[in-house]
Design a protein around this ligand. Structure first.
Ligand code: FES
Ligand SMILES: [Fe+2]
Length: 336
């Protein structure tokens, strides 16, 4: 898990002040160093372990708030105010530094010395002409697995987001699930859109919709709704595990609607925030109950299309076992 890129924060959150972030239970400090390059260090001063994230950035160096030691982007100590200016600074005075890059308006960090992928996953169509985007940052009191399952699960929407997004119609829907090189995808056919405020606003009644839910290991979900009139909505969520049961979810919603995309965003954005908050509430309830019973005890059914893949992939990355092979396919008859 440590060799993947996780979002530490949005680029706009990181200005002149250092920022404290926790990824996979590792407390880190991210800051802007010389020439606006970003750096991520362990958030603990080598001297007396004060939190460096409470310090300041001075000429590209991170300064500890306690005795003013300075750190460069590689974690090396560059300045010790209490020693004479000419005194040499030992090379083993340093804190751990981590790989980090800025991409798609986010600061990404990898905790391992080498990353599984050279660059973080890109958000599809973000910033491209004809597409409109907005971002959401949402904290879930739930593990990454539960978040991903939720984002890629249709049946919950008829209950948790009733009327807003889906209403139970009990109509038969066919789904095809395929395993991929980097996860799995579920495609739906003849899916009902009645009784949904979202689709009443965002789609033409007679247009045809193609819908797919995709899990990209280890911590990304991507949902596509493609209409035959060129409209296309993509919801991509990148999960950052803060610790086992706390997840920061960075969602980008990118869509193509024609010229009035900016206008559509005015109601699409608050609506999306409202819908995601319904999930936040549900997942917090689920997690609290799991803790009440001292652990999870799940039953799986055929309509839990992607959950088995999420579980198998994430277990295989944690234990080093083989993930499910690509190219498997099965069909599920369900009702939505
Ligand atoms: S604790 Fe950071 S300089 Fe002393
Ligand atoms: Fe949901």
């Amino acid at each position: 898990m440590q060799s993947y890129w996780y979002i530490a924060c949005q680029s706009t959150e990181l200005r002149e002040k250092p920022l404290s972030v926790t990824i996979l239970a590792h407390p880190l400090v991210v800051f802007r160093s010389v020439n606006n390059t970003i750096a991520a260090l362990e958030d603990r001063c080598a001297h007396r372990n004060a939190p460096l994230s409470k310090g300041t950035v001075c000429q590209g160096q991170l300064e500890c708030p306690y005795h003013g030691w300075g750190y460069g982007s590689n974690g090396g100590v560059t300045k010790i105010p209490a020693l004479s200016e000419t005194a040499p600074i030992s090379e083993n005075l340093c804190v751990k530094s981590y790989l980090c890059v800025e991409q798609d308006g986010y600061v990404w960090v990898c905790l391992a010395p080498t990353a599984a992928r050279e660059r973080p996953l890109e958000f599809p169509h973000l910033g491209q002409p004809g597409w409109t985007s907005f971002r959401m940052k949402t904290r879930f009191h739930a593990p990454v697995d539960a978040c991903l399952e939720n984002f890629l699960d249709c049946p919950h929407a008829t209950y948790v987001h009733r009327l807003w997004f889906r209403t139970p119609t009990a109509k038969p829907v066919k789904a095809v699930v395929r395993s991929l090189e980097d996860g799995a995808v579920a495609e739906y056919f003849e899916e009902p859109r009645e009784g949904s405020l979202v689709w009443w606003l965002l789609s033409r009644k007679r247009s045809q919709m193609q819908h797919s839910d995709r899990f990209i290991a280890p911590a990304t979900s991507r949902v596509d709704y493609i209409f035959n009139d060129q409209r296309h909505y993509i919801i991509t969520s990148s999960c950052t595990p803060i610790h086992d049961t706390l997840t920061e979810v960075y969602t980008v919603i990118t869509f193509r609607f024609g010229r009035i995309g900016w206008l559509v965003r005015l109601f699409f954005e608050p609506l999306s925030r409202l819908i995601i908050q319904q999930d936040v509430k549900m997942l917090a309830m689920q997690q609290a109950n799991i803790e009440r019973f001292g652990g999870a005890s799940y039953k799986f059914i055929a309509a839990d299309l992607l959950a088995p893949y999420i579980a198998k992939w994430r277990t295989s990355l944690k234990t080093g076992s083989l993930p499910p092979p690509a190219g498997m396919e099965h069909q599920v008859d369900m009702r939505l």
